[in-house]
Design a binder for this molecule. Structure first.
Ligand code: NAD
Length: 416
């Protein structure tokens, strides 16, 4: 299922829960997008040639505030994917309680095939061309798959330079290097939030955190941090994977040694503290918690019946298809939905935004503690809503999120 179809299925499942509370026109509006921009960049790369690169900037909704959402750089990213991700950002921001709308950008290029110099040229070209759509009160990008802190530093530099200023006034970009006004702990926030949600879920199911086992698919930013954080809290990480392979050890992987191996070889594959296993088999291996933190559509109608985990903590966006959701619900597998589970990143982005707007400075400890409190608060709210309404956590999350956006639309008075 495409990401767009998936996003629309999630929305369409939610509308009946809100019927009667809001005018139909509110739902009609939220089922479509405020703005979809297609850009043609023409960076001059170090091979001396001008390359033509397509990019997208999408705003789903800005009712709650400026659109927020990362820049995805991938060779196969489409306007539909970016639109789906922008819609999901509307719900994520509304659920975690930050005054942002939903946005997303895409750059159709393969970052693994670009030299550092060409990637900087491309990012600066995107910043120049997308500048009129980026503003603290319009759309505030951040890193997503294929982009990182360093790229956000170049974005900020390109924008401030074009304004003839030493810095930007207000926050144009989040996920910047700390030295350029980034937030200490922003990079770790998504993974840490996943860990907080996982511990809450274990407690809810009456299981001890200490000694519980976890498998993490995608040992990147989100998955790597989540794994290390869960291990710090006493859990045993029994398997991890990346796009090249997977490693498993029922006694628990030594993550310090694994990190050394990844640094040396670029992959978790071939780690001598574990046994190599096929990435898809890893998803079905025994564990208490499965953290899909790689990409979309990983738990599907084909493998959902064989997943042995009792909890699935969605670090990635859209890792579980609607068909798999049905199977997992029948099997009483507890799914922490992506818009709750991985919302720690956008929550920390909001802290970065307020820090820069107010010309304040926050410590990593403050960020960590505010993140933990917010994740726990929203987890409890979702679970209470789920219990009261006899809903799955995903439906309860969507209900709360879409309802917040609808209420904001009515409060603004956009409708007669
Ligand atoms: P990343 O590029 O740092 O890491 C992704 C990891 O997944 C890499 O290790 C890659 O090798 C691995 N991978 C890719 N395909 C795989 C596959 N088929 N099987 C196993 N491993 C695979 O990206 P990230 O920032 O950690 O993002 C991961 C997911 O989390 C994405 O879906 C992203 O949209 C979502 N997300 C990220 C953030 C954030 O703050 N970074 C916030 C919210 C959601």
């Amino acid at each position: 299922m495409s990401m767009l179809a998936h996003a629309l299925v999630n929305f369409d499942r939610t509308v009946p829960l809100l019927k009667g509370e809001f005018d139909e026109a509110v739902f009609t509006r939220l089922r479509c997008w405020k703005e979809k921009i297609e850009l043609r960049l023409s960076p001059l790369f170090s091979d001396g040639r001008v390359h033509v690169v397509t990019a997208y900037v999408v705003q789903h909704c800005n009712t709650l505030g400026p659109a927020k959402g990362g820049i995805r750089m991938a060779p196969n990213v489409t306007l539909d994917d970016v639109s789906a991700l922008a819609m999901e950002m509307s719900w994520k921001c509304a659920l975690i309680g930050v005054p942002f709308g939903g946005g997303k950008s895409g750059i159709v290029a393969d970052p693994t095939k670009l030299s550092a110099q060409d990637k900087e040229i491309l990012i600066r070209s995107f910043a120049r061309n997308a500048h009129r759509h980026i503003h603290p009160l319009v759309y505030v990008p951040a890193p997503d798959m294929g982009t990182n802190e360093k790229d956000m530093g170049h974005m900020k530099d390109a924008i401030s330079y074009s304004q003839g200023l030493a810095t930007t006034q207000g926050c144009y970009i989040t996920g910047k290097p700390v030295i350029l006004g980034g937030l200490p702990g922003r990079r770790e926030a998504t993974g840490r939030g996943v860990a907080v949600a996982t511990c809450e879920a274990l407690k809810l199911l009456g299981k001890k955190v200490k000694g519980a086992t976890a498998i993490v698919q995608g040992y990147g930013n989100v998955g790597g941090v989540a794994a290390r954080e869960l291990a710090r809290l006493g859990m045993k990480i029994v398997g991890v994977s990346d796009m090249y392979g997977a490693t498993i050890n029922a006694k628990g992987l030594n993550l310090v040694k694994l990190d050394g191996h990844v640094q040396k070889t670029g992959s978790v594959k071939g780690f001598d503290g574990g046994k190599d296993i096929d990435g898809s088999a890893l998803l079905e291996a025994p564990c208490d918690v499965l953290v899909p933190a790689a990409t979309a559509n990983q738990i599907t109608g084909k493998n959902a019946a064989r997943i042995q985990a009792k909890i699935i903590a969605e670090g990635a966006n859209g890792p579980t298809t609607p068909e798999a959701d049905e199977i997992l619900a029948r099997r009483n597998v507890f799914v922490i939905p992506d818009i709750l589970c991985n919302a720690g990143g956008v929550y920390a982005s909001y802290l970065e935004y307020t820090q820069e707007t107010q010309q304040e400075q926050m410590t990593e400890e403050e960020v960590r503690s505010r993140l933990e409190n917010r994740m726990k608060e929203k987890f409890q709210l979702v679970m209470k809503t789920a219990t009261d309404g006899k809903l799955r956590p995903r439906d309860a999350s969507m209900y709360l999120a879409v309802r917040n956006v609808c209420m904001a639309m009515v409060a603004r008075g956009f409708l007669p």
